[in-house]
Write a protein that binds this ligand. Structure first.
Ligand SMILES: NC(=O)C1=CN([C@@H]2O[C@H](COP(=O)(O)OP(=O)(O)OC[C@H]3O[C@@H](n4cnc5c(N)ncnc54)[C@H](OP(=O)(O)O)[C@@H]3O)[C@@H](O)[C@H]2O)C=CC1
Ligand SMILES: CC1=C(/C=C/C(C)=C/C=C/C(C)=C/C=O)C(C)(C)CCC1
Length: 300
């Protein structure tokens, strides 16, 4: 058992980089992997924005992080990725408030929720996990460029291997299966990462972007599925703690010299292989254009 646990929990961010004067935003930072990611960024001295849909939960966690790290610069702001008005309001306040943004961790996510739609009519997985973060990144991109060198980390999953981008059924209206909907959205995270990296490289912006699989992590992600909750309980000894799950996001946000690997996918703090779908540039470009269209962003 300890061997299996070790195998499933490898990957440690060994970077010693400190972050005084740096600014970071972590979405879904009130629990799970996001909370541990935010805690470590705060421990290293960054001003960290916990972008949470439930501000009360966020405030409790902010106080906990302040107590544990001694860093008082841990701030909570409302962000509901299932509502583009909330995303735009968050971005507007942030841009007014902050001169810089060095690290954006697109971490929040939902898995296997029953068929439902966001405030803007997007299927929930695609809406929150992909489109919400796509819009947030778009709105913060100028600030990231002004703050370069800066980084974006998109938390995807190994589950992307089962994902497909069905352009004729992006909102799951023709057919829907909650597990697959999650996989599709995680594939979209990787395609977005690659297309964004290509564009940023071409413009020589100094902003780099990475996608990660955090591992199988004991968190609230399984809340919508009784079967997954049961599997997680049965195997809780073997799977990663949220702190272990945060390591690959931290590795991509902090490791010096990683710029040349912009656009790559990481797992256990190493470059990881992605599916053939996730390497398809045509699909990545089309998904970019369709996402812009859906969100009312001018296509360039
Ligand atoms: N756990 C695992 O085994 C794996 C996780 N991942 C990925 O890791 C990331 C973090 O997941 P994990 O920590 O495990 O899961 P958790 O469910 O513990 O955390 C998810 C976070 O996302 C937030 N969130 C959900 N919906 C929204 C929304 N509409 N607006 C803003 N925030 C929202 C949640 O807020 P609230 O608490 O208010 O609901 C919560 O803070 C996800 O992207 C997930 O897909 C990938 C592979 C495996
Ligand atoms: C069967 C089995 C497992 C199940 C793994 C599963 C079901 C992983 C799902 C991961 C997901 C959904 C990731 C989210 O993005 C464990 C726990 C490794 C322990 C060994 C046996």
């Amino acid at each position: 058992a300890p061997q299996i646990r070790k195998m499933l929990s490898s990957g440690v961010c060994t970077s010693t980089v400190q972050l005084p004067g740096k600014v970071a935003v972590v979405t879904g930072a009130n629990t799970g992997i996001g909370k541990e990611t935010a805690k470590e960024l705060a421990r290293r001295g960054a001003r960290v924005y916990l972008a949470c849909r439930d501000v009360q939960k966020g405030e409790l966690v902010a106080r906990e992080i302040q107590m544990m790290t001694g860093n008082q610069q841990v701030l909570v702001r409302k962000l509901d990725l299932a509502d583009t008005k909330s995303i735009r309001a968050f971005a507007q306040c942030f841009l007014e408030e902050e001169k810089h943004l060095h690290i954006l961790i697109n971490n929040a996510g939902v898995m296997m929720c029953p068929y439902s739609k966001t405030a803007d009519g997007f299927e929930m997985h695609m809406g929150v996990n992909h489109l919400g973060h796509f819009l947030l990144t778009h709105l913060l991109l100028e600030k990231l460029k002004e703050s370069a060198p800066s980084r974006v980390v998109n938390v995807s999953s190994l589950a992307h291997h089962l994902g497909r981008i069905h352009f004729h059924n992006l909102q799951g209206e023709k057919f829907y299966q909650s597990g697959l909907a999650y996989c599709h959205s995680k594939l979209a995270n990787i395609l977005f990462t690659q297309e964004l990296a290509r564009r940023l490289k071409a413009s020589g912006s100094g902003v780099t972007v990475y996608s990660v699989h955090p591992g199988t992590v004991n968190s609230e992600l399984v809340r919508h599925s009784a079967l997954m909750r049961w599997i997680w309980r049965m195997f809780s000894f073997f799977i990663k703690t949220p702190q272990q799950g945060a390591q690959t996001s931290l590795y991509c946000a902090l490791t010096e010299g990683l710029e040349v690997l912009s656009g790559n996918h990481f797992s256990d703090c190493h470059v990881a292989w992605v599916s053939a779908q996730a390497r398809n540039e045509t699909v990545a470009r089309r998904l970019w254009d369709v996402s812009c269209d859906l969100l009312g962003i001018p296509v360039d």
